[in-house]
Write a protein that binds this ligand. Sequence first.
Ligand code: NDP
Length: 330
Amino acid sequence: NKAIYLNSRPIGKPKESDFKFVNEDKPEITNGEILLKTKFVSVDPYLRGRMSDAKSYVQPFKLNEPISSGCIAEVIESKNDSFKKGDFVSGSLDWKEYQTSKGENLLKVDENQAPLSAYLGVLGMTGLTAYFGLTDIGKPQKGETVVVSGAAGAVGSIVGQIAKILGCRVVGIAGTDEKVAMLKSKFGFDEAINYNTVKDMSKAIADACPNGVDVYFDNVGGDISDSVHVNINRLGRIIVCGAISAYNDTSAPTGPRVEHFLIRKSALMQGFIVGNYAEKFPEGMQQLSKWLKDDKLTYSETIVEGFDAIPQAFIDLFEGKNKGKMIVKI
Ligand code: NDP
């Protein structure tokens, strides 16, 4: 029974040696427990924060203990009346091939409603992040311009499509020409910008947004965000969802240059964590499922195979190797 432990706290970009493969005994269940076989593992940028020991909104992982993340698992044995063999569940689970659980905080997921992996993406944490961040903080109005960074990723690709459903002009920022093409052809963005090839990002955003930027959904922070901020409209809304460009920094970050956009433009800038909306998750999932069924929403996944591939899949997030949700299939 393979497991992956945190071997060392990454300094800068995470590397394979920060992770340790450990062979544990296959666990046995007692009354009230279920035995789970891991099927899909979600790797997410926020896990980088949990690998450091800095104080945050979630507990840091402990050294020499298993790492955990959102997973889909199959119940292969049950001594718990709420679960039967063959059920599939979603929840925060350890990076282990097999583990036991009392079933607390696990959600049953239905393979007939959506492919199992979708419960880690569009119908899971990242879809809900896109939905609540954009609608609750961004409050996009019909005809407004919405800019999304990290646009071809799990959260960003859903944000852009929801903004289109709500009648906005949508501009995405991503790191390769292939992603830029996909944003327009697959996800219906009006414009997309490759931040790795464009020389003047502020001008590129101004050109792509002739009426300025009303809502900015920020997944990346740093220079990219500086160039969006200078284009923000009066009473614009900036949703600070993530700052992946800074997650591997080894020095303290410099703050945003607020005088240009927050004060002069009376703009709102608000951070959030998706857990703030936990009580509304069923409502969010229902809406996302409906849009999926009505073909108003689509999604991409980058699925890599095999338990041993988990650390590299996580590391690859920082190289932009994924399109849409990065998932490991076991
Ligand atoms: P993604 O699927 O977007 O994967 C990460 C992407 O980030 C990569 O594909 C890459 O795309 C881009 N990226 C990597 N390094 C850089 C860099 N230095 N500068 C700019 N872009 C970079 O991940 P998620 O959709 O899961 O997460 C997106 C963001 O949302 C993250 O910042 C994450 O922490 C945050 N988040 C926040 C939540 C909350 O509750 N607030 C919940 C979930 C996620 P490219 O090729 O375009 O560079």
